[in-house]
Structures are given as C-alpha cells and as structure tokens.
Design a protein around this ligand. Sequence first.
Ligand code: FAD
Length: 272
Amino acid sequence: MQIKTDYLVIGSGIAGLSFALKAAQKGKVILITKSNQDESNTKYAQGGIAAVWHDTDSFEKHIEDTLIAGAGLCDEKIVRLVVTEGTERVKELINLGTQFDKNQKGEYDLAKEGGHSESRILHYKDITGYEIERALLNKINKDPNIEVYDHYYAIDIITQHHLGELITSKTPGITCYGAYILNTKNGHIDTVLSKITVMATGGAGHVYATTTNPKIATGDGIAMVYRAKGHVKDMEFVQFHPTSLYNPEENPSFFNYRSYSWIWCCVKKPKR
Ligand SMILES: Cc1cc2nc3c(=O)[nH]c(=O)nc-3n(C[C@H](O)[C@H](O)[C@H](O)COP(=O)(O)OP(=O)(O)OC[C@H]3O[C@@H](n4cnc5c(N)ncnc54)[C@H](O)[C@@H]3O)c2cc1C
C-alpha cells in the first residue's frame, strides 16, 4: 500500500509527539511507532524536567550550569536556545494538561538535582515522563489531522537511492521522500511518501549489554539515517539513563518507578 502525507513522524516519545501536534496545525501528519503508542524512553523518565522558573533563578545561571556540566563539549549557541526556550516549552506541556507536583502554597515544587545551582526541576511524583506521555497522547488522539500507526516499524527512509541513483555520503542534496514501514501484526510492508519526515526514534541503550532503557531503544533512526548516507553527529549526547543497580539477570536493569522508589527508600533509610 502507498500512503501520502504532509508530515511523517517516526517515534512516539516526547520529541515525536510534540512535533506532531505542531505540524498538525499546518498539514496532515502520520505518526508511526513500533510498539504500543506510549512505549518510549519518555514513559520511563522519572526525576523531572529542568526549566528556569523562579525569580531567584535566571537563564544565565542555567546556561552556566549546563556549560560547566558539559565540560567544554557543549555548543553554547544550542545551550542558550534550549535554556531560553525551555520555560515556554514546559508551559506548553502544562497547557496541554501535564500535571507537575505543587507545594502547600500552590507553587510548583521544584527539585534541585546534580549540576544545578538552583531548584528548577519540575516533576510529577516519580513518574514525570509517564505523565507527559499521557498528556501528549491524549491531545494527539483527539487531533483530526494526526493518524497514529502503532506496531509499525520504520525499516528504511526513501531517498534518490530508491530511484536508482548512486548515493554516497558526499552526494549533495540527498532528499528524503518518506519511509518503508512494516506492519508487525500482519507482516506487510507499506510505503509512506511524505513532504517532511521527522526521525524521533530515541536512543540506542540496547546496543549495550546492560541498560536501563526500554527495549525499543535500539538506535533504529540513527542506523536508518546512516544507511541513507545522511550525517550522524553528536552521538556522545544521546541520552542514556545511568542510575541502576546491576543485576546480571535483568535487562533492562530497573526501569520502572516502583523499583526506583524502592532503591530510594534504601538509600534514604540506611539503618533498616
Ligand atoms: C529510566 C529512565 C529515566 C529517565 N529520567 C529522565 C529524567 O528524569 N529527566 C529527563 O530529562 N530525562 C530522563 N530520561 C531520558 C528521557 O526519557 C529521554 O531523553 C527522552 O524521553 C527521549 O525522548 P525521545 O522522544 O527523543 O525518544 P523516546 O521517548 O525514546 O521515543 C522514541 C520513539 O521511537 C519509537 N521507535 C524507535 N525505533 C522505531 C522504528 N524503527 N519504527 C517506529 N518507531 C520507532 C519508539 O518506539 C518510541 O516511541 C530518562 C530515561 C530513562 C530510560
């Protein structure tokens, strides 16, 4: 089957869902995801999301903290962009229905995490990512301009290579026309032709023997772009979640919030 759309979004984590909602204001969106709609790293994010919130805090402080934590590897222009836009983007999540914990005064209960000189982490219990994913999917599923194809696996993006041209990494103007997608329930492969294709397939935690990332984190998007002779860069900034108790029989190593809370209990109450 051949399907045509304005935007093809591959991946249903915070990146893909956020993009899809904005793109839907401009045209028809097809969002494909290889497992259940909500399966993503986003769903398992726990601690929270950092943004400048209080008057005592400032963009400059957050930028400085980030550059120090980046130990000279960060592109300052990008750090400035992310930090200065961060507060507005979090407000958008709130307007979409995401809840964050508040204190008794009714103000957001901001946590202070490693590397931050101010309290600026908004969180929802210990399941912040789950809550963000819930709110985004709720909007996505009500948007008439967005169709979600779950259990569809993007195999490869389509370029001039599929029209018989020889493409190398030095070919100028490599163009993406869409993707081949596998329906994992019936084994059929469909072609999606799209004016714009967005790769939001998350990280590659499962290339390691031990990981806390969910099983979908297999670096598919990175591999698809690499095979299409696109440029893959800044791999050292692909997030993985490093906090875990190593248990050789468990893969992914803990990733649900209940075991996380359990670990916290042990850390906080060492006398028991
Ligand atoms: C346990 C844990 C705790 C974390 N805690 C925090 C935290 O407190 N704060 C924080 O900021 N970050 C945290 N993170 C990191 C954060 O979750 C990720 O950086 C973020 O969610 C990545 O979002 P994403 O949209 O880029 O990718 P993802 O959320 O991983 O979404 C990728 C999507 O692409 C789909 N996909 C992949 N390959 C294909 C394919 N071939 N075809 C179709 N679909 C495909 C997947 O199924 C998935 O839906 C944590 C991560 C983990 C695992």
